[in-house]
Design a protein around this ligand. Structure first.
Ligand SMILES: [Zn+2]
Ligand SMILES: [Zn+2]
Length: 270
């Protein structure tokens, strides 16, 4: 279960902005099971129950304590009454106004409004927005695949989509089943290679630094092999999805899933 990091290790000599971070107060409850929290970084809209957090979410970073930063960590400007310090909401490091002036959306930390970020972090956050603006919508809309469960010989044509709360893959055909993203242990994107039989298989590790699958490049995502543990089971199941007739739509969905897997692993590894 993910929770907001409480800074229990903070000594009494810490600045109040650091101490307050562990005491986010619940402000109001809204009907869809979400609540507003105010942290020193800004307003956040988070699920009532931490177990319902999006698997793509990130915890807020620990802010570098004020007394440990007397200079901007980018341009080395010394802080004083005029040159105030600002914390980057994504990495928690300390910067002058000039080096930390950009306000960028950060949906992975559930901020309601764009928040102040350093140059490095704002670039990462801007790139992630492409996932949230475009690819997430592709995943939610779903695509059709020939689905094979386990080592069965039988394949079924099913629509595969990400659930609205981003926590499950829903597969619907004659039957329905779902895979909880947090219970996935590996995601391999299968691609049509440039030469026959040259299947480029991306595994957990190679996913992290693999080239990005492009929509119009020489390699096109054509399938996905995933392993997951069904609820209440420790035994990993295999699920194979293969593009059927609309290969272009399937490839777009798989490319989005490839990006989603990267974010997922990053969230788990933090
Ligand atoms: Zn600076
Ligand atoms: Zn930063």
């Amino acid at each position: 279960m993910r929770s907001i990091k409480a800074h229990s290790g903070c000594g009494s000599d810490r600045s109040c902005s650091v101490v307050r971070r562990g005491e986010e107060e619940k402000m109001s409850s809204v009907p869809d099971g979400k609540k507003l929290l105010r942290s020193p970084s800004g307003l956040r809209m988070v699920p009532e129950n931490g177990a319902f957090n999006s698997p793509f979410s990130l915890d807020e970073p620990r802010w570098v304590p004020d007394k440990e930063c007397s200079r901007c960590m980018q341009c080395d400007t010394k802080f004083d009454f005029i040159r105030r310090k600002h914390h980057c909401r994504r990495c928690g490091r300390c910067f002058c106004d000039k080096c930390c002036s950009k306000k960028v959306a950060l949906p992975r930390m559930c901020f309601v409004d764009p928040v102040r970020q350093c140059a490095e972090c704002s670039l990462i956050s801007q790139k992630e927005m492409e996932f949230f603006d475009k690819q997430l919508k592709v995943l939610l809309a779903g695509s059709t695949f020939a689905v094979t469960l386990g080592t069965s010989e039988k394949t079924e044509t099913m629509t595969c989509r990400l659930s609205n709360n981003q926590r499950y893959l829903f597969l619907d055909g004659e039957s329905h089943f779902e895979v909880e993203l947090s219970r996935m242990s590996s995601v391999q994107i299968l691609t049509d290679g440039t030469s026959p039989g040259d299947s480029d298989i991306h595994t957990y590790t190679s996913l992290m630094d693999s080239h990005c699958l492009s929509e119009g490049g020489t390699t096109r995502a054509s399938g996905m092999l995933l392993h997951y543990k069904p609820m209440g089971s420790q035994e990993a199941q295999q699920l194979r999805l293969e593009a059927t007739d609309d290969k272009k739509a399937a490839s777009l969905w798989l490319t989005a899933m490839h990006k989603a897997a990267k974010l997922l692993y990053e969230s788990r590894d933090q």
